[in-house]
Ligand binder design. Structure first.
Ligand code: GLV
Ligand code: MN
Ligand code: MN
Length: 415
């Protein structure tokens, strides 16, 4: 580097704030569901910024975006960074976005100070890290890693019955070849994702940088319950097969599976619970539940999933409710690469910032990039550990620190 690395935090914060104005709901809420009109506008905006920064651009058939700063040795695998810009309903402006726009600013800062990478540096914006549309998270990175068969991807349907192909086509990607999404071997020498912590540890300890060593193992169940509906006055209690009550017992069993696992890392959530017909004087005849269960140990997570699945069968048998239960995903945890972890730790030291190793309890595209190349993540604090809420917040200075450490890490890895 010819000059001191300086991060243009005002410019970066301006881009974060501008992106946040693109939302399906009024500010301060950010909602950008995969291939919604807001998601498409957000993609166009960041794509323009990539062009302004002089990066070359490609998009694959599932909508993963790749912006590349070419290195001096094109024969070497690139170093990759990036995250996502889709946002769950009622989200804030930092989840994922800090990793995309922060990476863009890291590249711009490296360019400004005269750094010339030997390896190319590639910024990836992953499609649908969030599971909102299809019930399954990390869709883009899952397909990049080849860990979801294309037939499964083709069979995905959203709540309105639209397929991935329908939505890709509407987004102008219908002619692109899904077979080419999976990354060829040795595409990347390493992947580093910058992200807000989404938990309280860094803020609580006053440590500006977390370096991720492991990502907890996530899983998702989708459950449809079919009971018997009827008149809330005329249908006597002895005749009832209430789908909501079966679902309620199952949600409690999910909580119990986490509490009884003996692990503070086991977390179970019934985050979707819809009923039909949804009238006050009508017995619920159908319910749809989506259940998220995670743990840091695969065997313990799988044992909990098995307990939940048998609770579903038992509750439904007892209540005379029929069910359809699908495991949408049951992923392994990811272990980060010791060399990359050390690289980020020493980049933090170079920036004069304290850093600590940590586990990511949230999942990230890094979980799947770990199947493709060595990985780690850089975490920055967020206020109160709050995320997936409109009041999610990291200060400009906290973001600046993360971007500086990312830039220094990329510089080391691309040299
Ligand atoms: C990612 O958004 C997660 O749910 O962990
Ligand atoms: Mn998220
Ligand atoms: Mn995220």
């Amino acid at each position: 580097m010819n000059a001191r690395l300086t991060i243009d935090i005002e410019g970066l914060q301006g881009r974060i704030d501008k992106l946040a104005t693109i939302s399906e709901q009024p500010a301060p809420v950010v909602t950008r569901v995969l291939f919604s009109e807001a998601d498409l506008r957000a993609r166009a905006l960041v794509r323009g910024w990539f062009g302004e920064a002089g990066l070359s651009f490609r998009q694959d058939a599932v909508g993963n975006l790749f912006a590349r700063w070419e290195g001096q040795d094109l024969a070497l695998p690139a170093v990759a960074t990036g995250s996502h810009i889709d946002a769950i309903p009622n989200a804030g402006r930092y989840d994922g976005v800090v990793g995309v726009l922060g990476a863009l600013e890291a590249i711009r800062a490296l360019k400004r100070c005269g750094f010339r990478p030997v390896r190319s540096i590639e910024l990836i914006v992953f499609t649908a890290e969030e599971p909102t549309r299809f019930g399954i998270g990390c869709l883009g990175s899952r397909l990049l890693a080849g860990s979801m068969p294309l037939e499964r991807a083709a069979a995905l349907r959203d709540g309105d019955g639209r397929t991935l192909h329908d939505l890709r086509s509407a987004a102008g990607l219908g002619a692109e070849d899904m077979d080419r999404v999976r990354l060829p071997r040795n595409s990347y020498a390493g992947f580093v994702e910058l992200h807000i912590e989404q938990g309280p540890l860094l803020e609580g300890e006053g440590v500006p940088i977390g370096v991720v060593e492991k990502i907890a193992a996530p899983s998702t169940l989708r459950l449809q319950l079919t009971g018997v509906g009827g008149h809330a006055g005329a249908m006597l209690m002895a005749e009832r097969h209430d789908a909501l009550l079966a679902g309620g017992e199952i949600a409690l069993a999910v909580e119990q599976a986490a509490l009884s696992s003996g692990s503070p890392d086991a977390v179970g959530t019934t985050g979707v619970f819809r009923i039909e017909p949804g009238a006050v004087n009508s017995v619920p005849c159908r319910a749809w539940l989506e259940i998220d269960f995670r743990d840091t140990l695969l065997a313990r997570r799988d044992a909990a999933l098995a307990r939940i699945e048998s609770a579903v069968a038992e509750v439904c048998r007892k209540r005379g409710v029929s069910f359809n239960l699908e495991r949408l995903n049951a992923d392994a945890p990811a272990l980060c690469d010791a060399y990359l972890v050390e690289t980020v730790l020493s980049a933090s030291a170079e920036a004069g910032l304290a850093a600590r190793k940590m586990i990511s309890r949230a999942y990230h595209d890094t979980l799947f990039m770990a199947q493709v190349c060595p990985v780690t993540m850089i975490f920055i604090p967020c206020r109160g550990g709050v995320s997936h809420r409109p009041d999610e917040y990291s200060s400009p200075e906290q973001i600046r620190c993360g971007v500086e450490v990312l830039a220094l890490s990329l510089a080391r890895l691309a040299s």
